[in-house]
Design a protein around this ligand. Structure first.
Ligand code: SAH
Length: 352
């Protein structure tokens, strides 16, 4: 038995069943045994691959969208360029390279990364070379224009799950049975925060909430509304959460979310409706990653890069373009929500 499993079982024995949110927080971020705290989970040798790890074009398109938005807002100086959950730093490295030629952008920029994992902070330092400021949470961002990218960050935030009953909702809890972790149910209760789900669910349906997400959006959107800026939130999910989307990945293969705490990645679909409703600034209509990247010119960029490639490198490049944009790959599953100040234009790539 792993130390993490021992720790979780002892916790249930002492305190009773825990929420799925508590389980996710422990499994992902426990200071000694947590999944993110102890390893670099990305890439072929890890458990999952993200868009920036597939191709440099992803970060290039995002860099251009954010830099154009900065220009459209009058090139405010100084401004914060922020990324929560930067992984290895690959996305930020591509953004910085793509924006180097934008006059004044780098001089005006203060780079802030929010990273919970010491292992990943070290990778970011190595890849970025420059000295970003690392923050513990987004609350610490300076009060100035904020241009922010979050890719596959919100899906790692802890969720709660509720099963609809005859007269209320029962929270799904992680407990113990036969000396193993198992899912059980809390008492049935009415929940005002789920009233809006009474019309689109029936008894037996599961819905998810992620209280940390709207709280973060209020902080990000409040800064953008007060000081200017824009945020691009990119993740897998949809306009409204539906059903049980908790997923664990190990070695690029789905596993039981309770079976490998601390050694499998845990994520859930992002409910973009909840994010949009929490924003104290304007937001563009949610769009798909495929449409967003196409509007920003990823195909032209792919053709330019292809001119210098041949053989396997060319085939990999073609399949990377397809993975990022094709509706049957990441193109439709991943969505983009852009935040920007009321009365200004959304960042390029979004619907207006
Ligand atoms: N954005 C990167 C990495 C995505 S993996 C990419 O696209 O490749 C998720 C990232 O979020 C990791 O860097 C992880 O350490 C970080 N993370 C997860 N939960 C976090 C939390 N609560 N606070 C800060 N960072 C967190």
């Amino acid at each position: 038995m792993t130390p993490m499993l021992q720790h979780l079982m002892a916790r249930v024995q002492a305190n009773g069943p825990m929420t799925i949110a508590e389980y996710m927080t422990e499994a992902l971020l426990h200071p000694t045994f947590g999944y993110y705290t102890t390893r670099d989970p990305l890439g072929a040798a890890g458990d999952f691959t993200t868009a920036p790890e597939i191709s440099q074009m992803f970060g290039e398109m995002i860099g251009l969208s954010l830099a154009q938005s900065w220009l459209d807002q009058g090139a405010p100086t100084p401004f914060t360029l922020a990324e929560p959950g930067p992984g290895r730093g690959t996305l930020m490295a591509d953004i910085l390279r793509a924006t180097r030629a934008v006059p004044g952008f780098h001089d005006a920029m203060q780079l802030c990364l929010v990273e919970a994992s010491p292992t990943l902070r070290a990778s970011q330092q190595e890849l970025l070379g420059t000295s970003p400021t690392w923050l513990h949470d987004l609350e610490q961002l300076p009060d100035q224009p904020l241009f922010l990218i979050a890719n596959e960050f919100f899906d790692a935030l802890p969720i709660h799950q509720f099963l609809r009953g005859a007269t209320g909702w029962r929270e799904r809890l992680v407990g113990l049975r036969d000396n193993a972790l198992t899912i059980g149910l809390g008492p049935e209760q009415p929940r005002a925060d789920l009233d809006h789900r009474l019309t689109d669910t029936v008894e037996g349906n599961i819905v998810e909430t992620c209280p940390a997400a709207p709280a973060l959006i209020q902080g990000i959107g409040g800064r953008i509304q007060a000081h200017g800026g824009a945020a691009l939130i990119i993740d897998y999910g949809d306009w409204r959460s539906n059903g049980d989307t908790l997923q664990a990945l190990r070695n690029h293969t789905p596993v039981d979310p309770l079976s490998n705490p601390g050694s499998a990645d845990l994520t859930a679909h992002v409910d973009f409706e909840a994010l949009a409703n929490a924003a104290p600034c304007a937001h563009a209509p949610m769009t798909t990653q495929g449409m967003f990247l196409e509007r920003l010119g990823i195909t032209q960029r792919a053709q330019t890069l292809a001119q210098n490639l041949s053989g396997d490198a060319l085939q990999n490049h073609i399949s990377a373009h397809r993975r990022l944009t094709h509706p049957e790959e990441m193109g439709n599953l991943f969505k983009v929500l852009a935040l920007f100040p009321k009365g200004t234009l959304p960042p390029p790539g979004c619907d207006t």
